[in-house]
Design a protein around this ligand. Structure first.
Ligand SMILES: *[C@@H]1O[C@H](CO)[C@@H](O)[C@H](O)[C@H]1NC(C)=O
Ligand SMILES: *[C@@H]1O[C@H](CO)[C@@H](O)[C@H](O)[C@H]1NC(C)=O
Ligand SMILES: *[C@@H]1O[C@H](CO)[C@@H](O)[C@H](O)[C@H]1NC(C)=O
Ligand SMILES: *[C@@H]1O[C@H](CO)[C@@H](O)[C@H](O)[C@H]1NC(C)=O
Ligand SMILES: *[C@@H]1O[C@H](CO)[C@@H](O)[C@H](O)[C@H]1NC(C)=O
Length: 465
């Protein structure tokens, strides 16, 4: 704080001859720019430049004392060391200090922020950046700082410790504060000079209470994408509806938490998810019949809570239509692979067809029994070749049929031998049976004769029973 042009020190040299002495500052010494000598014979060292304790706390110059009126100009020298004491010229500032620019060592105050909810009752608030703390710009003076809340304290709801700067919540925020921010103005000043002060903003975010995590209402979603030439398409689900994968959050009356952010794992670049939970596929990079299983993660950015679900996406061929319903896959078989589900459906169809065939056969046989009532006592003959259509084997068949039909007992039969086609009418019914058995498809192709299918199919059916 010493004023420029004031004398900071007076040097004195003595000469045994009593010669006149002049004093000179050595310009090659360390800090000659801070000092000058106005009157060469006085020895007064004058301050040439403002001092700053915060940049330099000690200066040094060499002073020469030289004979002014002799030919020899004998000389001597001394080192002048100037220790600088701090003066109270700086204001306090809040930490961390962000200099306005590297060249201007003036601090910009931070904004302290914290989050609270209605759940917070009596609590010491923790801030980011934190803690709230200030220091005096005069580093050489250990001055005491006093903190106070200038505005926003809400009649003592927020109080500050005047020595430490710690802010405490004394009463829970009410519904009135919900989803609102509270801004406090906090001042720090020097205890010894209240005009040296600094003010900072403290932002207290009052968040809605988070009781529930986000959830997906199912673990697996089914998506379809039909190949096309556009670069991007929306993934659809059954019935060609837009597939929307949305997590609900019971903290919100409509279940929709605006802070939920969706992301896809693994991040392949083939799919993207919007904040509305709609999937977008890079159609130009997909191939028909591809299947992709993605994991969609919904993250509540406020609480950090996450939910995830998987999406099973099938790429359909160009022009192929999206399945209408989830019945076969979702309700009946759960998440069974659709090909397997298809297989099961085909099997059920097969069973129905077989049962129909069986009934048809029985009708045909009944008719024959009625037509040959006398042939009941023929000897049993087992294991005849199907193509053998003798009357003997035919009789055996009639006996077995009669036994089963009357008793209602289903014994194991090794062979069911075919009825021969005695008349044109029965032949036509067997051929119709054969044609329906073609639907069931026999790869061996043994069903070309009128008789063969009539032998084979019922036997297969018995095994199922
Ligand atoms: C002091 O005297 C020495 C020789 O005695 C000379 O070399 C030197 O330059 C003198 N210093 C000044 C500042 O004149
Ligand atoms: C407060 O909540 C926001 C999100 O709303 C978050 O980004 C921030 O990190 C939280 N701050 C603190 C101090 O927890
Ligand atoms: C400042 O003074 C306090 C006590 O008043 C002391 O605890 C602290 O160490 C001092 N700091 C410095 C840098 O002297
Ligand atoms: C600081 O707070 C204490 C009580 O916490 C009080 O006694 C004291 O007067 C306060 N000092 C100033 C300067 O406000
Ligand atoms: C699942 O949530 C969606 C909305 O994200 C809704 O349309 C659908 O009805 C819900 N399903 C069930 C079973 O709750």
């Amino acid at each position: 704080l010493t004023a420029v042009n004031s004398v900071v020190f007076t040097v004195k040299a003595v000469d045994a001859d009593g010669d006149m002495i002049s004093y000179i500052i050595d310009q090659s010494s360390r800090d000659p720019e801070f000092f000058r000598v106005d009157l060469p014979n006085s020895g007064n060292i004058v301050l040439n430049k403002l001092l700053d304790y915060e940049t330099r706390t000690r200066l040094q110059v060499i002073i020469w004392a030289q004979e002014a009126n002799t030919v020899e100009k004998s000389n001597t020298s001394a080192v002048l060391t100037v220790n600088i004491e701090d003066g109270d010229d700086h204001y306090p500032h809040f930490l961390p200090c962000t200099p306005v620019s590297p060249a201007v060592p003036v601090c910009m105050n931070p904004t302290y922020t914290t989050n609270i909810t209605q759940k917070h009752q009596e609590a010491v608030l923790e801030f980011s950046p934190g803690p709230i703390r200030a220091e005096d710009g005069d580093r050489g003076i250990n001055t005491t700082l006093i903190y106070s809340i200038l505005s926003g304290g809400d009649r003592g709801r927020f109080v500050i410790n005047n020595r430490t700067g710690e802010i405490r919540l004394t009463r829970a925020v009410t519904a009135r504060h919900q989803e609102a921010n509270v801004t406090l103005s906090v001042m720090v000043c020097q205890e010894d000079d209240q005009l040296k002060y600094s003010v900072v903003s403290v932002l207290i975010r009052v968040l809605s209470e988070n009781t529930f995590p986000p959830i997906f209402n199912r673990t697996t979603f089914k998506g379809f994408i039909v190949q096309n030439s556009s670069p991007a398409s929306i993934v659809t689900t059954y019935g060609n509806q837009v597939l929307q994968i949305q997590a609900s959050d019971r903290d919100f009356s409509d279940g929709l938490n605006p802070n939920i952010h969706y992301s896809i794992l693994p991040a392949s670049g083939l799919y993207q998810v919007t904040n509305g939970g709609v999937l977008i596929a890079r159609t130009d990079q997909l191939h028909a019949f591809d299947r992709h299983i993605l994991q969609v993660v919904a993250r509540d950015e406020e609480s950090g809570e996450e939910a995830s679900a998987s999406v099973n996406i099938e790429v359909l061929q160009r022009g192929q239509s999206v399945p209408r319903g989830a019945f076969t896959e979702q309700q009946m078989f759960g998440d069974v692979d659709s090909r397997l589900a298809g297989g099961i459906t085909a099997m059920i169809l097969l069973l129905f067809l077989s049962a129909g065939l069986f009934l048809l056969l029985r009708t045909v046989k009944r008719r024959r029994v009625q037509r040959n009532p006398d042939d009941q006592n023929a000897s049993p003959s087992v294991g005849k070749h199907p193509n053998e259509t003798s009357s003997r084997t035919f009789s055996h068949e009639q006996e077995s049929e009669g036994f089963q039909g009357r008793q209602g007992v289903y014994t194991r039969k090794h062979s069911l031998l075919p009825p021969p086609p005695p008349s044109s009418s029965s032949s036509s019914s067997s051929s119709s049976a054969a044609s329906s058995s073609n639907i069931i498809s026999d790869p061996a192709g043994t069903f070309h004769s009128d008789l063969s299918p009539v032998i084979e199919r019922p036997e297969t059916l018995r095994t199922h029973d």
